[in-house]
Structure formats: structure tokens, C-alpha cells
Write a protein that binds this ligand. Structure first.
Ligand SMILES: Cc1cc2nc3c(=O)[nH]c(=O)nc-3n(C[C@H](O)[C@H](O)[C@H](O)COP(=O)(O)O)c2cc1C
Length: 246
């Protein structure tokens, strides 16, 4: 089974949610009996910012702030692939998602400290990570926002992926024609808008490629597990793919 976690970075059920549903739908169609998808909305959740206490470094990676972080962290760790769908805020990712990513990145050093004694190191998680970003305007931060998420993927030892040419160079992007309504993209799709069609194609091809690459990584990891299991950087990856080898 390939577990795909879709994280909607908007505080409302709107345009990001809509694109993510389309992307996850395409992801499950790659192999309906081998793919499970979950859409996790940030709407209604609380993610306090990191307070830089560094207690997670010596508490086996436990963050001292208890909120929705722990639940999403566990889902993130279990997933084989993650698709982020976010609104552009101030030309970047929304603060709620940034707070989650900051705490995730730092707390994993503590969580995996036993694998790397004496070193601050993260494992090669080898999750596939893809990104969709949409904003109210054109050229208003979609690529910056996706680049933030690609950087997150890289520092977490994951594998960023995009959709197909030409709709999705580094991820899927959309704009809402200067409107701030939650359902703009849904309406524009019904109106046959070219930009929205392009965004939907991008979101769907991202879904498919995410699953295909996760399958390839899983098969490669299982086929070569004897070689890789000697290096602790692969331990979390191998444990994850062995738990659901199908
Ligand atoms: C705090 C805030 C900052 C925003 N900054 C940008 C921006 O920099 N660029 C942009 O194109 N849209 C910006 N927007 C507009 C949203 O990205 C846009 O309305 C988007 O469609 C919302 O997505 P949602 O329906 O998934 O919530 C901003 C909106 C808010 C609330």
C-alpha cells in the first residue's frame, strides 16, 4: 500500500482544498487497490510556533507544546508521500503550516538521536513530496511558495516531485483572478477557464507522479534492503516500507 497524505495549508475549506481533492483523486486512480489517500486540513487546527527551547533534542523528539502538531507529525511520519496544497500568503507559505514544519524539522533530530550518536543528523526519509500553490493574483508568490516546500522536502531527506510539462514545472500553480472567494477555482472550472484547467491538469499529474515515484522508491528499497539496512540513515525508510510492502 502507498499512503498518500494531502495537507491543505489553508485555514478554510476553499481553493487549496479543491485542488488537493483533485490531486488525491488522480493519485488513487494510479492503482486504486494499492493507494490510500487522506486529506488533512489545517482548518480549525492549532499549531503554535516553535519557541526555540530545544527541549525536543533531549526528549526523544517530543515537543513540549501540546497542540495539533503531534497528530499531524504522526501522520507525516507514516506517509509514503505528501502533497501540500497551500494558499500563497505574503508570497510564501501560511504561518500555520510554517509553524508545523519548523517544529517537525527540529524535533526529528531528537527523535532519531539514537540512530546517530553524537551527531545532529536526519535520516533519508525518502518520502515523495509535491506542492500545489494558488493565490489571488498572477506572479504573486506561487513559485516562491512551492520553492519553500521543495526546500523543506530536501532538508527532510525526501524527494521533491512535480507534475508533467508544461503545466507543472516545479509544482502546480493557480490564481483566482483577483477574487478572494473560497470557491473561485471551482466556479472557474465550470466556466471553462484556461488558467484553471491548466492548474487542474497540473494538480492531477502531480497526484499521479507522486504515487508512481513512491512505488518506484518502495520497490527499489525493498529490492536492496540488505545493502541499505547497514546504514542507519535508511532505517526509518526501510521500517516504513516493510510495514506495508504491497
Ligand atoms: C494573509 C493573506 C496573505 C495573502 N497574500 C497573498 C500573496 O502574497 N499573493 C497572492 O497571490 N495572494 C495572497 N493572498 C490571497 C490568497 O492566497 C487567495 O485568496 C487564495 O485563493 C486563498 O486560498 P484558499 O481558498 O485555499 O484559502 C493572501 C491572503 C491572505 C489571507
Amino acid at each position: 500500500m502507498i499512503n498518500v497524505l494531502g495537507i491543505c495549508g489553508s485555514p478554510r475549506k476553499g481553493n487549496s482544498h479543491y485542488l488537493l481533492e483533485k490531486s488525491l483523486g488522480a493519485a488513487s486512480q494510479v492503482a486504486p487497490d494499492q493507494v490510500s489517500t487522506e486529506l488533512y486540513p489545517l482548518k480549525g487546527k492549532k499549531f503554535a510556533p516553535c519557541i526555540s527551547c530545544f527541549k525536543c533534542g533531549n526528549q526523544r523528539g517530543e515537543c513540549i507544546i501540546q497542540d495539533d502538531f503531534q497528530g499531524l507529525r504522526d501522520k507525516w511520519l507514516e506517509a509514503d508521500a505528501i502533497i501540500y496544497s497551500v494558499p500563497v500568503y505574503h508570497m510564501g507559505i501560511p504561518a500555520q503550516l510554517k509553524a508545523f514544519l519548523d517544529r517537525l524539522g527540529n524535533s526529528l533530530f531528537g527523535r532519531y538521536a539514537e540512530l546517530f550518536p553524537g551527531e545532529a543528523k536526519l535520516p533519508r526519509s525518502l518520502k515523495v513530496i509535491a506542492s500545489i500553490a494558488q493565490g489571488a493574483h498572477l506572479f504573486s508568490g506561487q513559485e516562491h511558495t512551492i520553492t519553500d516546500l521543495i526546500n523543506h522536502a530536501l532538508i527532510m531527506g525526501c524527494v521533491p516531485v512535480t507534475g508533467d510539462m508544461w503545466e507543472a514545472y516545479i509544482g502546480a500553480g493557480a490564481w483566482t483572478y483577483n477574487e478572494v472567494d473560497r470557491h473561485v477555482l471551482e466556479k472557474k472550472e465550470k466556466d471553462g477557464s484556461l488558467c484553471t484547467r491548466v492548474a487542474l491538469h497540473g494538480a492531477e499529474s502531480i497526484g499521479r507522479r507522486t504515487v508512481e515515484l513512491a512505488m518506484i522508491l518502495k520497490a527499489g528499497g525493498l529490492a536492496n534492503s540488505t545493502r541499505f539496512q547497514k546504514d542507519p540513515v535508511y532505517t526509518p525508510f526501510l521500517e516504513r516500507i516493510r510495514e506495508s510492502p504491497g
